[in-house]
Design a binder for this molecule. Structure first.
Ligand code: MG
Length: 257
């Protein structure tokens, strides 16, 4: 009995990790499955249930200072487009996601995350109209993470270099990756960032950045890799993390290596 339990856990371990050491991050959670939706709490829980490395999520600050979860800069409510950062929380709260969930707050998302057993949470700070608003958002979210003792399970990403530097200032230990694709690993190293998370086209053009990052002890993530050809090319480039809308497909291809 004990032996078969051991064998079973060994097989599960093999399924959930890949031997090349490349890890999978579900873009906006694992949403391409029944009952899920992009950036929903269900998508986080489902990402956790499939034993992948991470689940990504996007965060904005409402006009009255509440961190809320959404990808786009706007939401649609009763046919009307509302800019998230210009809209009060009470109004945003009337928005429902494709799976029927109410648009979640960062607090609710983190509360659900405390129950997750496997995944890390990759929090993307969306670029706002002012640095003051960005500072407020970074401060609030990092405090929420600290209050729940989740520092070891959370990583941060942003297209905003101001955001990346601000996160680094507030939490010097936190893994922080930059998304925009325009800065070399050398420059990112001078800012003390953990590495980069670039579009795959950037890495196709500048594959040498991957080696340069690794030489500096940085990690490389890539978004958003969904097609089998691209998944294979990115695996061959030896990145550390693959962000995808197709976590099961990426795992299948990784297991064939
Ligand atoms: Mg994102």
């Amino acid at each position: 009995m004990r032996q078969s339990l051991f064998l079973l856990s060994f097989i599960l371990l093999l399924v959930s990790t890949n031997l090349a050491g490349q890890e999978i991050i579900a873009h906006r959670g694992y949403w391409k499955t029944g009952g899920s939706a992009q950036n929903s709490i269900a998508a986080l829980v489902k990402a956790d249930s499939i034993g992948i490395f991470g689940s990504e999520v996007d965060v904005w600050l409402s006009s009255d200072g509440i961190p809320v979860i959404n990808h786009d800069a706007d939401v649609t409510l009763n046919g009307e487009k509302l800019v998230v950062q210009d809209t009060p929380f009470a109004t945003l709260r009337k928005v429902t996601l494709a799976n029927g969930e109410i648009l979640p707050t960062m607090e609710e998302y983190l509360d659900a995350f405390t129950q997750c057993k496997n995944v890390k949470l990759i929090i993307e700070f969306k670029v706002h109209k002012s640095k003051e608003r960005e500072d407020m958002l970074a401060e609030k979210v990092i405090n929420m993470v600290r209050q729940r003792n989740l520092q070891e399970k959370v990583e941060y990403i942003s297209f905003g270099i101001h955001f990346a530097q601000q996160i680094r200032n507030i939490d010097p230990q936190a893994p922080v990756y930059y998304l925009s694709g325009d800065l070399s690993p050398q420059v990112l190293a001078t800012m003390g960032l953990s590495g980069f998370d670039y579009h795959y086209n950037v890495l196709y053009k500048r594959p040498e950045w991957i080696k340069k990052a690794h030489e500096r002890g940085q990690k490389v993530n890539v978004w958003t890799v969904n097609k089998p050809d691209d998944i294979q090319k990115i695996i061959d480039l030896k990145v550390d993390f693959i962000t995808t809308d197709e976590p099961l497909l990426v795992r299948q291809i990784l297991q064939k290596q």
